[in-house]
Write a protein that binds this ligand. Structure first.
Ligand code: IPD
Ligand code: CA
Ligand code: CA
Ligand code: CA
Length: 255
């Protein structure tokens, strides 16, 4: 919670915004400084644990420490950097803990609303200490969140067709800009589904545990078991899962 409040308190100190891969992929001094603060605390409290964190791991694609027999913290110090830069208050701190490839604990904190989403494996998911559950909405009552990258739209990608297929069936679809909060909102039933390709472990580790502990379902786009390292995620309230994956997989030109 302290790490999230620090983001809000220090926004006035934000300096130049740097591009990483492209103009959509930005980082600020605040991302880096919050990451340093969080990882220092983890190291001080748990010197034997591993840490995977976005800004120090950028460019790496091998996250083998996730599968090892020790605790591995997966840290996104600011999920929703573009929103933060624009002072659009939909961003969070997301921290998950994994062991032997399984998520054992996760927190997503929204400092603007003072909402702490938390989950421990087998113990349920909570919002500010109150148990949360996914929704029971049907497909036509549902709101979905998603996200795309520049590359997704630049070619003949099937993504644009899958978007239009889903848009025709759901109540609404939004690109809100924080995968961590999108999953937390799915967990507490504010929205009913979230899907996106090519995410990194720090974007979704905590949120995955929130959704599964809140009774939701998580797979890849073809409905197969989800793999944290591969990052193509579909998370829903269970009820609409098959329909959503069917729509996503059928996202062809005839939409
Ligand atoms: C981003 C957000 C966004 C998603 C991007 C992520 P960041 O994380 O989660 O919603 O669409 O793919 O990279 O860079 O703001 O931590
Ligand atoms: Ca980033
Ligand atoms: Ca992120
Ligand atoms: Ca980030």
């Amino acid at each position: 919670m302290d790490a999230g409040q620090w983001l809000v308190n220090n926004r006035y100190r934000m300096e130049a915004v740097h591009y990483k891969r492209n103009h959509l992929d930005v980082v600020t001094n605040i991302d880096q400084q919050n990451e340093a603060r969080i990882t220092e605390r983890i190291k001080a409290a748990f010197p034997d644990h591993q840490i995977i964190s976005e800004e120090s791991q950028f460019g790496h694609t091998n996250y083998s420490s996730l599968d090892e027999d020790y605790y591995c913290w997966i840290v996104d110090p600011l999920d929703g950097t573009v929103n933060y830069v624009h002072d659009f208050t939909y961003y969070c701190v997301s921290i998950g803990v994994a062991k032997k490839g399984k998520l054992v604990a996760g927190v997503v904190y929204d400092p603007n609303r003072k909402e702490l989403f938390s989950a421990v494996q087998g113990k349920g998911a909570y919002l500010n200490g109150k148990r949360i559950r996914v929704s029971e909405r049907s497909i036509k009552q549902s709101v979905g969140h998603t996200g795309y990258t520049a590359a997704d739209w630049s070619t003949d990608s099937p993504l644009r067709f899958e978007f239009s297929k889903c848009y025709a069936r759901l109540r609404n679809i939004k690109i809100a800009g924080s995968a961590g909060l999108d999953l937390a909102y799915t967990a507490c039933g504010r929205i009913d589904a979230f899907w996106q390709r090519s995410l990194s472990p720090w974007d979704i580790a905590a949120g995955i545990l929130l959704v599964s502990e809140a009774g939701g379902r998580i797979t890849d786009f073809s409905g197969q078991a989800f793999d944290l390292q591969q990052g193509n995620i579909v998370a829903t309230n269970q009820v609409i899962h098959e329909k959503i994956t069917e729509l996503l997989m059928g996202g062809t030109r005839d939409a």
